[in-house]
Design a protein around this ligand. Structure first.
Ligand code: HEM
Length: 398
């Protein structure tokens, strides 16, 4: 049986109300089949398909009373010690694939402005990615409507998607999926597809506004190994494991990981030739610690169940460094990584221009946490059990 026929059989069973477990089993078997075969599939994405059922990954639990204005992002702190340059992957917490919080409107506006200003450097796609892009949009819509039912609705009869936060609607038959994402989700979405000839995964479509020092013009159409060219040690430490991981990644097991850096202010998009970029990287003796932010790029990866493309999406979250004084163990752990982590990582992440202010502040916070009894005297730095969070993190999240 051809892949497309198998997809139709599963859809037919699901829509004919074959018991859920049976349909689910079939869907999982189907997705494993796809994973093993990896043939190009003649697919026809549609909102009639339940993409979560098809993938075997659950839909999120609904938050019917979700209050966007009061929602804070979860305080991701993906710091590890000993520091090893590994893939550092964890299973995705399904409810949290797309996490909305109180900066939603500001970020959507900011991202639309960046697109108006930089065009294809932040949003572009290549021929052959159309079906994967549609599938991605449908999956995002199904997630948003299930998770935040008071904010988003989809009408099957009109194909209209309503965003009650912004008071907008999109006809999903006519809108480009990347434009839809730009207008409704303040996250970056990058679609990679396997080249049947080389077996490598290439970037084929993206909306990506959270980019310091790179952009989509330089990355589009390139394989993962070239995309990661500037990342220290990628070629010899990460390339083989990332390639293997991509090849084997099952549809029902999406994953999450975090990347971190420190910035002055909250720059989302900066290019090396911007005058602002030089200013941003300049050491300023008068820098105030209040102006230094921890930036976390919280990332997820999932294989799309129909097209088999791998979707990489992430959001940039900024936290004032001053807030870390209330987060047990985090200042001391960060100090260890900053002081004793590999020099190549320090150069790539580029924080030397602010360490004259950052390190002394973290030292004060770490000593203060010991004197307040939040951290035991003589604690030896190690990856926390609560990683990517910290003990008591719920009290600082919304
Ligand atoms: C298991 C999958 C992946 C791993 C382990 C990984 C790892 C990394 C690491 C270690 C960095 C350096 C920043 C950091 O500390 O995190 C990085 C940067 C980056 N990654 Fe990935 N990555 C993965 C997947 C992807 C995918 C699918 C894409 C896009 C198609 C991507 C695009 C990028 C880009 C654009 C950068 C910035 C590179 C630059 O500075 O020019 N990554 N990645």
């Amino acid at each position: 049986m051809q892949d497309a026929q198998l997809v139709s059989v599963a859809q037919a069973l699901i829509s004919a109300w074959v018991p859920v477990t049976l349909a689910l089993t079939l869907a999982v078997a189907l997705s494993l089949y796809h994973c093993v075969e990896r043939k190009p599939v003649d697919i026809d994405p549609s909102m009639d398909i339940d993409y979560f059922m098809l993938s075997g990954a659950p839909l999120p639990r609904p938050l019917p009373d979700f209050d966007l204005d009061r929602a804070k992002p979860r305080p991701y702190r993906p710091f590890r010690w000993r520091y090893h340059q590994t893939m550092a992957l964890a299973p995705l917490e399904h409810d949290w694939w797309i996490e909305l919080e109180s900066t939603y409107k500001f970020r959507v506006n900011q991202r639309q402005y960046l697109y108006t200003k930089h065009g294809s450097a932040v949003l572009q796609s290549m021929p052959g990615s159309e079906a994967a892009c549609k599938e991605m949009m449908y999956m995002v819509i199904q997630f948003l409507c299930a998770r935040y039912p008071n904010h988003f609705q989809f009408d099957k009869n009109t194909c209209g998607f309503t965003n009650r936060i912004l008071g907008t609607s999109d006809d999903i038959d006519t809108v480009h999926p990347l434009q839809f994402l730009l207008n409704n989700v303040p996250e970056d979405f990058l679609v990679t597809q396997k080249d049947p000839g080389t077996g490598e995964y290439f970037l084929r479509a993206a909306v990506c506004c959270s980019a310091i020092g790179f952009n989509m013009t330089g990355k589009m159409g390139r394989p993962l190994r070239e995309i990661h060219g500037p990342v220290p040690d990628y070629e010899w430490k990460l390339k083989t494991s990332v390639d293997k991981f991509f090849d084997r990644m099952p549809v029902e097991k999406p994953i999450q990981r975090g990347s971190w850096s420190f910035e002055v202010g909250q720059p989302l998009y900066l290019q090396a030739n911007d005058p602002e970029y030089m200013e941003h990287k300049r050491e300023n003796p008068n820098l105030r610690i209040e102006d230094v932010y921890l930036r976390i790029d919280w990332q997820t990866l999932r294989r799309l169940p129909q097209s088999k493309a791998i979707l990489f999406n992430f959001k940039a979250l900024f936290t004032p460094v001053t807030q870390l004084q209330e987060e047990p163990y985090i200042p001391q752990l960060i100090l260890k990584v900053l002081k004793e982590g590999p020099a190549s990582i320090k150069k790539y992440k580029g924080w030397s221009h602010l360490e004259h202010r950052l390190l002394p502040a973290l030292e004060v916070y770490a000593r203060d946490q010991v004197s307040r009894g939040l951290v035991p005297e003589g604690w030896q730095e190690r990856t926390l059990d609560e990683q990517p969070f910290f003990p008591g993190w719920q009290s600082v999240s919304g």
